[in-house]
Design a protein around this ligand. Structure first.
Ligand code: ADP
Ligand code: MG
Length: 486
């Protein structure tokens, strides 16, 4: 259940609050893997991007990919986090068919990035979500259970691909906040070019930790971890299900057991997978094949210089410089390409109109056709031309919508459409007076009614005049002339 501000669960006389912490796995944007030179390209034929290192042949040695280290540090800076000049790679030991090494190389006690924050813009104001750490690790391969009736097949293309695990503190309180958090994190990484955030391709997924507590209590309840959820929608559904399951347990006088669970997307429920493993179950120890990772101040400073303007700063600039509302600015900076498009449009046209047209008409079309702004059927230059035609009175806002529709067919120049279709707004007072006099002469009954007090009829006359001009009459002029004549 939900009220306006808070996500709470009510049962009997109790009110429960939901506590959520995420462990986000973000695939590093990099041509090659974390410890080998194999390609990371998505969609290749199975087992065609596997080096001897990725397949864990005996005697093979991992070699750290400097670019991936740089990407992790860049992301850390984007999270306003502490960069650790020394970090250590450990072996996390476990057995699985898609993990030929028998261990995953990860960072346990000494991650490359320490504490940071992500600022959320929620409908109820800003909220800071604390980041606990970001560490580098390798991805495992992929077991395929549905290709062969008898056997499980393994594809090692993903084996060894660099991941950043970004761990949040348990600061999230609702499925909506999780939605905003993931989108903000993705936006930051896309601005930085460190993770493409493509959830369909598995570039961004998360383990979702959920617990509940009676509202007002300080102590956290026991949490469950839902593994490897790969869409925001599923994260929200899983949290909703899991929180209610835990509340039911508590209300029945039972207790929540800490465990790892799976979200079944078909049944919309979470299921127990295994009891919670502890760090010592993995027998972590420093990987003897890899030296501690030391980065210099110069290395970090050089990366800092490459950091572009990020969403928070851009938002502030849009508000200060273009006088946008925080809401408008949030929408326009959420995606780097959108902010670029906006800035191109307003280079030569009115900011207010541009904001409205982009967040209104254009977004509607993109949504409708499921397009990114980089695939917009209308270029920024032609949209700015359309806005200028409205601004200088050549066309009305209403006609502009018709023209907008026509522009989509091959990104047509709106000026040409206005000429070809003769859509120029009629702003000549003399011509409009003639037209309006005719409307008045044609409707003597309505004029009588209007004059005897039925003022609502004014709209009728405006409508008739607009119709008589094929929608081209300047509405402001029609209004003022009608007032005079009636
Ligand atoms: P582990 O490494 O064993 O999974 P951590 O203590 O590092 O455990 O926590 C992992 C994640 O669980 C973090 O995102 C953290 O915010 C979250 N978390 C910890 N305690 C709770 C809790 N009581 N309820 C919900 N999430 C929690
Ligand atoms: Mg964990």
């Amino acid at each position: 259940m939900k009220n306006n501000k808070e996500y709470l669960i009510f049962r009997n006389k109790n009110t429960y609050e939901v506590i959520i912490g995420l462990e986000v796995h973000a695939q590093v944007t990099s041509k090659s893997k974390l410890f080998s030179a194999s390609s990371t390209k998505f969609g290749a034929e199975a087992n065609t991007q596997v080096s001897l290192v990725d397949a864990a042949f005996p005697g093979m040695l991992p070699v750290i990919n400097e670019f991936c280290v740089k990407q992790a540090i860049k992301t850390g800076i984007g999270l306003k986090a502490k960069i650790n000049k020394r970090s250590i790679f450990d072996r996390k030991n476990y057995f699985y068919a898609d993990l030929p090494q028998g261990y995953q190389i990860s960072q346990f006690k000494h991650p490359i990035v320490g504490e940071g924050t992500v600022t959320l813009d929620t409908p109820h104001g800003q909220k800071e979500i604390r980041i606990e750490r970001l560490h580098l690790e390798q991805d495992a391969g992929k077991s395929i259970h549905d290709m062969d009736p008898q056997n499980t097949l393994v594809d090692l293309n993903r084996s060894g691909v660099a991941l950043m695990e970004i761990v949040s503190k348990p600061d999230l309180r609702s499925p909506d906040e999780v939605n905003i958090f993931i989108k903000k994190l993705r936006s930051i990484m896309r601005y930085l070019g460190t993770c493409d955030g493509n959830m369909q391709e598995g570039s961004l997924r998360a383990d979702v930790n959920v617990s509940v507590r009676i509202k007002g209590l300080e102590k956290f309840g026991t949490r469950c971890e839902i593994k490897n959820v790969n869409s925001i929608k599923f994260m929200q559904m899983a949290i909703n299900y899991e929180a209610n399951r835990q509340v039911d347990l508590i209300e029945d006088g039972k207790s929540v057991i800490q465990e790892t669970r799976l979200f079944d997307t078909k049944k919309n429920e979470t299921r127990s997978m295994r009891s919670k493993e502890d760090a010592h179950d993995y027998r972590y120890f420093p990987d003897p094949d890899l030296l501690p990772l030391d980065v210099s101040d110069e290395f970090i400073d050089k990366i800092k210089k490459e950091i572009p303007e990020l969403p928070d700063e851009k938002k502030k600039r849009f508000i200060d410089k273009f006088k946008l509302t925080p809401y408008e600015a949030t929408i326009l900076v959420s995606d780097n390409e959108t902010s670029k498009y906006f800035e191109e449009v307003i280079k030569n046209s009115d900011v207010k109109l541009a904001t409205n047209w982009i967040t209104g008409e254009l977004f509607a079309v993109l949504n409708d056709r499921n397009l990114e702004i980089s695939q917009s059927p209308i270029s920024s230059i032609n949209l700015s031309k359309l806005i200028n035609l409205i601004k200088d009175g050549t066309i009305s806002g209403k006609i502009a919508k018709t023209i907008f529709e026509l522009m989509m067919d091959g990104d047509k120049d709106p000026k040409k459409i206005v000429e070809e279709k003769n859509l120029k707004q009629e702003s000549d007072p003399k011509a409009l007076e003639i037209l309006i006099e005719k409307v008045i002469d044609d409707n003597p009954e309505k004029v009588k009614e209007y004059k005897s007090g039925k003022e609502k009829l004014f709209g009728f006359f405006v409508g008739q005049a607009m119709k008589a001009s094929n929608g081209k009459a300047n509405p402001q002029l029609v209004n003022s002339i009608l007032k005079k004549k009636l």
